[in-house]
Design a protein around this ligand. Structure first.
Ligand code: AMP
Length: 282
């Protein structure tokens, strides 16, 4: 595995690969690799001649007072895990490489970034689209692999790809969960023992909601209330939002019909957890 730190070096390496007609799959991450990331890598390996992962804790997507400084970082373990998955190239830039002095340009997707997670995380998605846009320009992959866990991020990135004509195919893969249903996340490390025992209620409440909807309960208001009360009764988590939206446009739904996304964010003191499910309602 090549571990590459600079933009000119990765450009050169990928130029050579491209001239050998290799398809390039790209998995952007913030490191602290886990099974969720590894599932994206495995898929990329299966579908491409060359897999690139990036490890970059992106300062631009953290708001003031968030966990940029304390975000889990473990380069040694990440290198081991990536080598084990036979990643071809790990791109490991510094913040100064990505945002040099007098950096002034940002990519801002409108409208769908102010809702859901965007409400409590102003400028978060602007940071995400800026760094993903830059990484797409640097790596120029054939396919970009993303996880369903970050549902709003995926819709925002797809919008940017469409609006700015990035020549890349975007693939979203299922959320990988621990055996008790908790979506795997680097931030699960922030949970106390008791909070970790309680946290599977997020997914349980989403599954309960899905069951009710498929049995014919189509009122978004009733379903969001059901999820909120289930979580607050069974855990110490504080619900930041629960929303039933159209899975492609993120438009709020009153009546649950079509391809729906139910997304939520819950705060357990230090840990802010997100989860979602998406399915078709006839
Ligand atoms: P992150 O390192 O948290 O920025 O995530 C990098 C990529 O991995 C994003 O596309 C995430 O959606 C994806 N990802 C994170 N956790 C999971 C998971 N549990 N299952 C599937 N994909 C995930």
């Amino acid at each position: 595995m090549h571990i590459i730190k600079t933009i000119p070096a990765i450009r050169l390496l990928l130029h050579k690969a491209r001239s050998r007609k290799k398809k390039i799959g790209f998995v952007p991450t913030m490191g602290a690799l886990h099974q969720g990331h590894l599932s994206l890598i495995k898929k990329s390996r299966k579908e491409n001649g060359l897999t690139v992962i990036s490890i970059f804790v992106n300062p631009a997507q953290f708001s003031a007072g968030e966990d940029y400084r304390t975000y889990p970082r473990d380069k040694k373990k990440d290198v081991l895990l990536a080598k084990n998955e036979k990643v071809d190239i790990m791109f490991y830039p510094s913040a100064k490489d990505i945002y040099p002095d007098r950096y002034l340009t940002y990519v801002d997707v409108e409208d769908i970034t102010d809702i859901l997670c965007g409400r409590s995380r102003p400028k978060h998605f602007r940071g995400v689209t800026t760094v993903i846009g830059k990484l797409l320009n640097i790596i120029d992959p054939d396919t970009l692999y993303l996880g369903q866990k970050d549902a709003q991020q995926n819709v925002v990135i797809k919008q940017m790809v469409r609006d700015l004509n990035f020549p890349v195919k975007v693939k979203v893969l299922s959320t990988v969960r621990d055996p008790d249903g908790l979506a795997i996340s680097s931030r699960n490390q922030y949970l106390s023992t008791r909070q970790r025992i309680e946290a599977p209620v997020l997914y349980q409440s989403l599954c309960l909601a899905k069951q009710k909807i498929l049995q014919g309960s189509h009122s978004a208001a009733l379903i969001t209330r059901l999820i909120q009360t289930t979580i607050e009764r069974k855990s110490s988590g504080k619900v930041e939002y629960v929303a039933c939206v159209d899975a492609d446009s993120l438009r709020r739904l009153k009546v649950l019909k079509g391809k729906i996304l139910i997304a939520l964010a819950v705060r357990f003191q230090k840990a802010r957890l997100i989860d979602n499910i998406t399915f078709q309602v006839r």
